[in-house]
Design a protein around this ligand. Structure first.
Ligand SMILES: Cc1cc2nc3c(=O)[nH]c(=O)nc-3n(C[C@H](O)[C@H](O)[C@H](O)COP(=O)(O)OP(=O)(O)OC[C@H]3O[C@@H](n4cnc5c(N)ncnc54)[C@H](O)[C@@H]3O)c2cc1C
Length: 382
């Protein structure tokens, strides 16, 4: 039964943004329930994530423990050319983790009964100072705060800001994961302990090690994570997004969905454009997956007692390595702000407004940076 002493938040979306919201708000003394449309565990689809300080700060506040070490360290960044010559080398220590590791750590920190899988949010209505979230199943949930952490194609954002839609940036990210022992030794020796790039004309590749099965960070038990940004026209993208069963996907191609001819073409292009190291990554990947790069920025994040966070509010391009960090920072700042409100017993509206002003600014800086980095890398003039 709901505690009378605590305010309640309902979070839509059980991916990283939703779990950051739930764990930090619980630490701030709120009752939180998470509703996720997918009825399966989400963890099998995750790839690499640069572990940013904002993520660690949020998890510390939420008292969520990470494995030790929480990822794989790299000491330097190197840039390769088409023949694998090192054209640039920078000392830039950082740590890479995996989407799955963060997901599991936060999910395990929540009581099982607080996460409701297979519940699709469809709409909401205001009832005085309360919001009622409505689900496809017919379920209704009354709450003090409704948090939209439902990602790029957020139903909540579509309901509140129907004119804000993702805009295709003109290129996609092909991605893949390879078990550490499955890469030829010459490529492994080039990539190990490093964050490696190959910059070509209108394409760009990068690779690094991330934890493997069971969050393993031991040598041999990790995974190579690679990304290859490539330009496609909107017409080419539409064709690419028809999956191997002839289904038109609207957003991305998960592992196993790409048509075999398109995978074959990707491998042929890799022979032409990539050096031996990156080529061997593409060759060793059984099921490459693809995400179009899009731009999206909502002008508001607070609508009375409804808020948008993470990708639902704005989507920085992946060159910033910052969308997970932004989701963490949005959630952490919200929890900090709301913990003080509740203790004071005052209304939360001015606090939500202040939070919005700060977080909109954060989103703007990050999305601007992503657009400028991405357009320069891909030689796109706007
Ligand atoms: C399965 C998965 C794997 C990912 N892997 C990576 C990765 O490897 N590297 C990386 O950098 N980023 C990855 N991302 C993206 C990254 O997690 C986000 O950019 C960032 O963490 C912020 O995400 P978010 O939680 O705001 O949005 P998202 O991660 O997009 O999550 C939105 C969630 O809301 C759910 N949802 C959508 N609509 C509804 C609805 N109507 N009702 C209920 N639930 C709904 C979705 O199923 C999803 O779980 C991944 C996302 C997903 C979903």
């Amino acid at each position: 039964m709901r505690s009378l002493q605590k305010q309640r938040a309902v979070v839509i979306g059980g991916s990283l943004g939703g779990l950051f919201s739930a764990t930090t708000l619980r630490a701030a003394g709120w009752n939180v329930d998470v509703f996720e449309t997918s009825s399966n565990q989400l963890e099998s689809r995750g790839g690499g994530i640069v572990l940013q300080p904002d993520v660690l700060d949020a998890l510390r506040f939420a008292d969520v423990a990470l494995p030790d070490p929480p990822g794989v360290a790299s000491g330097e960044r190197i840039y390769l050319d088409r023949e694998d010559n090192h054209v640039e080398q920078l000392f830039m220590p950082q740590m890479q983790t995996s989407w799955s590791l963060l997901y599991r750590a936060m999910k395990n920190a929540l009581p099982a009964e607080a996460v409701h899988a297979g519940e699709t949010f469809v709409d909401f209505r205001n009832e005085g100072e309360q919001v009622v979230a409505q689900f496809e199943s017919g379920r209704e949930e009354q709450t003090d705060l409704l948090i939209g952490a439902d990602g790029l194609r957020s139903t909540l954002r579509r309901r509140l800001l129907p004119e804000i839609v993702p805009a295709y940036a003109g290129y996609v990210a092909w991605r893949g994961l390879v078990a550490e022992p499955d890469l030829p030794l010459y490529a492994a020796n080039t990539l190990r302990d490093r964050f490696t790039f190959q910059q070509g004309h209108e394409h760009s590749a990068l690779a690094y090690l991330i934890p493997g099965d069971g969050d393993s960070t031991t040598v041999g038990g990790r995974r190579w994570n690679w990304v290859w940004y490539r330009k496609y026209s909107s017409e080419q993208l539409d064709k690419l997004l028809i999956d191997r069963h002839g289904v038109e996907r609207s957003f991305s191609l998960p592992p196993g969905a790409t048509k075999s001819d398109d995978v074959k073409q990707l491998r042929q292009d890799a022979k032409l454009l990539l050096g031996p190291t990156f080529r061997s990554l593409v060759d060793a990947t059984e099921e490459p997956f693809m995400q179009p790069i899009v731009d999206l920025r909502a002008p508001k994040m607070v609508f009375g007692r409804v808020v948008l966070i993470g990708d639902a509010a704005s989507v920085p391009r992946p060159h910033t390595a910052g969308s997970t960090a932004k989701a963490a920072a949005n959630a952490h700042a919200l929890a900090l702000a709301l913990s003080s409100t509740w203790q004071a017993g005052s209304t939360i509206d001015p606090i939500l407004k202040r939070w919005q002003n700060q977080q909109l600014q954060r989103g703007k800086l990050m999305t601007d940076l992503g657009i400028s980095l991405g357009d320069r890398l891909m030689n796109i003039a706007r």
